[in-house]
Every structure is written in structure tokens, then in C-alpha cells.
Design a binder for this molecule. Structure first.
Ligand code: GLT
Ligand code: MN
Ligand code: MN
Length: 378
């Protein structure tokens, strides 16, 4: 039996949350904020008390875009003090290249030279901040890198600018001697009608065209894969297979909806089980980052129920994965299947072909057993 202490998150579980996730105020395109702003120092304290390992941020989640250098230094100093007091890490930072109106037609891929230069420069400052906070991963979500129409910018031009900007950023990392790696985060749409490089596969192909592909990987997000109608487990598997899973955004999403960023495992229990199984089986050692937010119905306390729920659900599924390997019936069914896979019966005659066409794989039984495990009956 699982004891409740085994389900208590520990820093060694490497759970992280963005300031923008627990700090989400419940604003949506049709309604205003329902929760007051959340102070980053309070966030550090609460996350640490819940057993998280770290906190992540966009530059402007911490430092307002118009802060003076003096204000910036004071804010960063106070934040670093809180991190030290509560023993919380900042393994990843990112840059906000989507909120300010200046980015309305893209940032790193903008056709406007001045906007592109500003986006690169803003990203470099965010990298400096990340390194100051001890981060080793730099996520880039190109939310505005896309289009509503292609009459002006040809998508090839957008990709070319995007590539040039990324090359400049990699060069900056090398020149500064930073031990930062970039993780590109794909998403098919929202806020743009179409965002460039919408899936893990398209990102991986694009990365190979960069000057320093070794410095760049991906940050897949469960919700984004589902928005594209894809299986997030297979998206993540492809990233692992390519040696490019530098970071991951865990959350949940109903297929065919707007970007919901739901609590991890809140919608798709089976998909969540297989995702946790994949991460555990693969030995992924990076942060387990929740990029989700509380329902709009929640008050400030409800936000911490949300955060605790994300981590607890991961730990429950991790325990289920352990049981998957211990369950005698599941293992017997798997062994039978493995024996079938290894059977020496080359296909040379029509009879051989008929044999392999008719043989039962018994997936129905195995799938039902796993469902029962997920449902708590095994
Ligand atoms: C934004 C987006 C997320 C990205 C974040 C990083 S910001 O909330 O929807 O998926 O990971 O920029
Ligand atoms: Mn994300
Ligand atoms: Mn999302």
C-alpha cells in the first residue's frame, strides 16, 4: 500500500512551477482577473513549503519591463534572498516576447528589423538574469512568431529571421561562456492563427539548420500537442529519441479546445499515466515543470490546492508505474507478447503469412489490466 508520506513531494522529485502559473490571475479573453497579483517572494515561500524543487520565470514576471537598473537590482536581490531562505532553485528562465504590443507581428521572426533587434537584445538580458539566478535551461516559446495571413511575409522569410535570431543568441551564449541551453517550445496556434514550427517534429528539423544545433533542444507541452491533435506521449518520445528533451511543460488539456493549461492529470488519466511511464522509463533527469494554472473559480488559497494537486498526481502515477512492473498478471501478459514477438517463424509461404495474420496479440486483455491499475483496482 502507498503511504501518504510517499506521496509527499520532495525537492529530489525536481518539481518546478513558473511564477506565471501559480501567479495566474484568471484573466481570459472574456473576463477580467479574479485573483490579486501574487508576490514572487511569497510564491517562493509557498512552493518551498509544498515540497517543490524550483521556480521558473519570464524576465517580466519578476522585473517589470520599464524597471530602472536600480529597481531591477533591488528586485533581483530580494528574490535571491528568498530563494536562499527557502532553498528553492531556478533551473529555467524564459523571456516574454509576446505581451508587449511591440511584438504584435512576431519577435525573433519579425520582418521589422528594429523589432527583431529589440527581441534579441531583450532575450540576451533575460539570459543574463537566468545565469545570475543559476539557470541552465532557457525556454523560448515563440507565441507571436506566426501569422494570420501570408500576403506580406512569406513563411520562409519568417523562418529565416527566426534562424538568424537564434544563431545570434547561441553565439551570445558561447561568447559569454554561459552554460545555458535553449529549449524551443512548439505550439500550433493561439495567440496567432498559425504559429511557426507547430510540433516537436518541426522544431527538431529546424534545429538541425542552426549554426549550433548542440545548444538547442525542445520543451514539449502536453496541452500544445493535444491542441495540434497529437499524442503528447509520442511527441515527448520523439524528443527523447533525438536526445533533445531539454525540458518539459506538464499540464492537461481537452482535445479541440483553446489553450487550457489544466492541472496535471486533471483530464486524461490514461495519457498522463503513459507520459509519467515514459519519463520514468527513459530516466529523464530534467525538471518536471508544471505550466498550468488554477481554475478561474479559485481564490488565492485554491491556487495552492492546484499546485499540490499537480505534484501529487505525478507521484501517484509514478507509484502506478512501479506497480505496472510488479503486477504479476500484467507482467505475464507482457511476457506472452514478448515471446510472440521473438517467435522464430519467418514468412516464406502463404501458410506462414496466414499464421502471422491470424495470430492474436491479446492487447485487449493487457489494455484492460492497465485500465484497472489506473482505476485503482490493482
Ligand atoms: C505562456 C505559454 C506557455 C509557455 C510560457 C513560456 S508562457 O503561458 O502559454 O506555454 O510555456 O513562455
Ligand atoms: Mn508552456
Ligand atoms: Mn499551454
Amino acid at each position: 500500500m502507498t503511504t501518504s508520506t510517499e506521496l509527499k513531494p520532495q525537492p529530489s522529485d525536481r518539481f518546478t512551477f513558473g511564477l506565471w502559473t501559480v501567479g495566474n490571475r484568471g484573466r481570459d479573453p472574456f473576463g477580467d482577473a479574479v485573483r490579486p497579483p501574487l508576490n514572487p517572494v511569497t510564491t517562493v515561500q509557498r512552493l518551498s513549503q509544498l515540497g517543490a524543487y524550483g521556480v521558473t520565470l519570464h524576465d517580466n514576471d519578476l522585473v517589470p519591463i520599464d524597471a530602472t537598473p536600480g529597481e531591477r537590482d533591488r528586485i533581483v536581490r530580494e528574490f535571491r534572498q528568498a530563494l536562499a531562505d527557502w532553498n528553492l532553485k531556478v533551473p529555467m528562465v524564459t523571456v516574454n516576447l509576446f505581451y508587449d504590443p511591440v511584438f504584435k507581428d512576431g519577435a525573433l521572426s519579425s520582418s521589422v528589423r528594429s523589432v527583431r533587434a529589440y527581441a534579441v537584445e531583450k532575450t540576451q538580458r533575460a539570459m543574463d538574469l537566468g545565469v545570475e539566478l543559476g539557470a541552465e535551461i532557457f525556454v523560448l516559446w515563440g507565441g507571436r512568431e506566426g501569422a494570420e495571413m501570408d500576403a506580406a511575409r512569406d513563411a520562409r522569410e519568417g523562418l529565416r529571421y527566426y534562424r538568424e535570431s537564434l544563431n545570434t543568441l547561441c553565439e551570445y551564449i558561447v561568447r559569454q561562456g554561459y552554460s545555458l541551453k535553449i529549449a524551443l517550445e512548439p505550439k500550433p496556434n493561439e495567440p496567432r492563427s498559425d504559429i511557426y514550427l507547430p510540433t516537436v517534429g518541426s522544431m527538431l528539423a529546424f534545429i538541425q539548420t542552426l549554426d549550433r544545433p548542440d545548444l538547442v533542444g525542445v520543451n514539449p507541452e502536453v496541452a500544445h500537442a493535444k491542441m495540434a491533435g497529437l499524442n503528447p506521449v509520442h511527441e515527448v518520445a520523439q524528443a527523447i529519441d533525438a536526445g533533445k528533451l531539454f525540458h518539459i511543460d506538464l499540464n492537461d488539456q481537452r482535445i479541440g479546445r483553446f489553450d487550457q493549461d489544466l492541472r496535471f492529470g486533471s483530464d486524461d488519466l490514461k495519457g498522463t499515466f503513459y507520459l509519467v511511464k515514459l519519463l520514468e522509463d527513459s530516466g529523464y533527469q530534467g525538471p518536471l515543470h508544471f505550466d498550468a494554472h488554477a481554475y478561474r473559480t479559485e481564490d488565492p488559497e485554491g491556487v495552492w490546492d492546484f499546485a499540490a494537486g499537480c505534484m501529487r498526481t505525478y507521484l501517484i502515477f509514478r507509484e502506478k508505474v512501479r506497480r505496472f512492473y510488479q503486477d504479476a498478471e500484467i507482467q505475464a501478459a507482457l511476457q506472452e507478447w514478448q515471446a510472440l514477438c521473438a517467435e522464430e517463424r519467418p514468412i516464406r509461404t502463404a501458410e506462414d503469412r496466414q499464421y502471422w495474420g491470424a495470430v492474436g496479440y491479446r492487447y485487449e486483455r493487457l489494455d484492460q489490466l492497465v485500465n484497472e491499475l489506473i482505476l485503482g483496482l490493482r
